[in-house]
Design a protein around this ligand. Structure first.
Ligand code: UD1
Length: 366
């Protein structure tokens, strides 16, 4: 059986890797890696493929950057050609990026079965492009593999029948466990001169935070204040770097010795920094989950989250730039007492995925 696994942007590679490795070990499935090229810088893409033991993708659509319409349409057109040529038995899409939606649409228009890994997450905020991608991908995919009960409930509320939903757990945790030895043995924290549990990690890239000059400027001012007491390390996303230069904020940050700016890091390096940190300040989706699993306090610079379970677990809290400093202080001093990870966040999600995929494939044949 031929299965296409779609990877597009940085947060996809750690979801695809455990699935790739698991399916490659079976005697009933040949996975084919398809890279849409949505992320193309070496440190946003190639580094991850190598580090996570993924092969060179069989197809690279080279879609690159562009407006949402251009990017989505570029993947739609390019992937349709490959689907017609290759005719896979299944397409597996992950996450919520533009390529997730575009590949699902291309496959479903050709009546090919699609499974969505990390289905059912909802922020309720349709101003976020990712929310639009999630809603449409889930509406038209055949199989919805969810990470948590809240995702199942969201799907049922939208009228999805139970036979399409399967809670198989959180694939990000599989990747962490797959790479745990390398992460623990990485010395990036020491080489950056940081002491265990005595620094914070920052990531910022959402247009809502970094595209508006006064907003990003206020956020940076707040981080500079935090850095007077706690060193901060900030691997900068390409989008954010462009904006920091454009709004003349780069000099201000680099002048501050409490904030270390770096290029985007590899998965192993980044997770080593996260697991040894005192706090993470982010606007990412996946990092909210990784910190929950590791019991690291996280402040998420967003009005809402599609991952409410991370807040219920007590590790994550939302912040706006108005209450950012306050929420960071609370996160540092009101540390939760180490609750257990949510059910099925256990490193065995890819194994459950493989069992479900084989079962459904056999059912389709009969
Ligand atoms: C995308 C995803 C987002 C995910 C994020 C993780 C969508 C709608 N957004 O956002 O869900 O959280 O990836 O990183 O799919 N750029 C580079 N080099 C690269 C990639 C991007 O320079 O390798 C630049 C682009 O030119 C653009 C900016 O970064 O100016 C944004 O890239 P884009 O792919 O549009 O979205 P992200 O903000 O990365």
């Amino acid at each position: 059986m031929k299965v296409h696994l779609i990877a597009a942007a940085r947060p996809n590679f750690m979801k695809v890797a455990p699935v790739w490795h698991k399916l490659s070990q079976t005697n009933w499935c040949i996975p084919t890696l398809v890279h849409t090229g949505q992320h193309y810088d070496s440190n946003m893409s190639e580094t991850f493929l190598k580090e996570l033991g993924l092969p060179t993708p069989e197809y690279n659509l080279g879609v690159g950057s562009g407006t949402h319409a251009k990017q989505t349409a570029g993947v739609l057109v390019a992937y349709e050609e490959i689907l017609i040529k290759d005719s896979p038995d299944w397409v597996i899409v992950v996450g919520d990026v533009n390529s997730t939606l575009a590949c699902t649409l291309a496959a479903k228009k050709l009546c090919l079965p699609v499974a969505h890994l990390e289905a059912g997450l909802r922020s309720g905020d349709r101003n976020m492009p990712e929310e639009i991608n999630r809603v449409i991908t889930d509406a038209i995919s055949d199989v919805l593999w969810t990470p948590s009960h809240d995702a199942d409930q969201n799907l049922r509320r939208e009228g999805v029948s139970d036979d399409r939903i399967n809670m198989i757990g959180n694939i990000m945790i599989d990747c962490f466990e797959l790479m745990r030895n390398q992460i623990e043995n990485s010395n990036v924290q020491q080489t950056r001169g940081l002491f265990e549990r005595d620094y914070g990690v920052i990531t910022l890239h959402r247009p809502g935070n970094v595209d508006e000059p006064s907003l990003i400027s206020n956020i940076i001012d707040c981080l500079i204040t935090v850095a007077t007491d706690l060193p901060l390390i900030f691997p900068v996303h390409p989008r954010t770097r462009k904006k920091l230069y454009k709004f003349n904020l780069m000099e201000k940050i680099t002048a501050n010795s409490g904030i270390i700016l770096t290029e985007p890091m590899s998965y192993v390096q980044f997770m080593n920094l996260v697991m040894n940190s005192k706090i993470v300040i982010t606007d990412s989706g996946g990092i909210q989950e990784e910190t929950t699993y590791l019991g690291i306090p996280c402040v998420t610079l967003r009005n809402n989250t599609e991952r409410p379970i991370t807040i219920q677990q007590g590790t994550n809290r939302l912040a706006t730039f108005n209450n950012l400093k306050d929420q960071i202080t609370k996160a540092l001093f009101e540390v939760s007492d180490g609750t257990k990870p949510p059910p099925l966040w256990d490193g065995n999600t890819a194994a459950r995925l493989a069992i479900d995929l084989e079962k459904r494939s056999l059912e389709n044949k009969n």
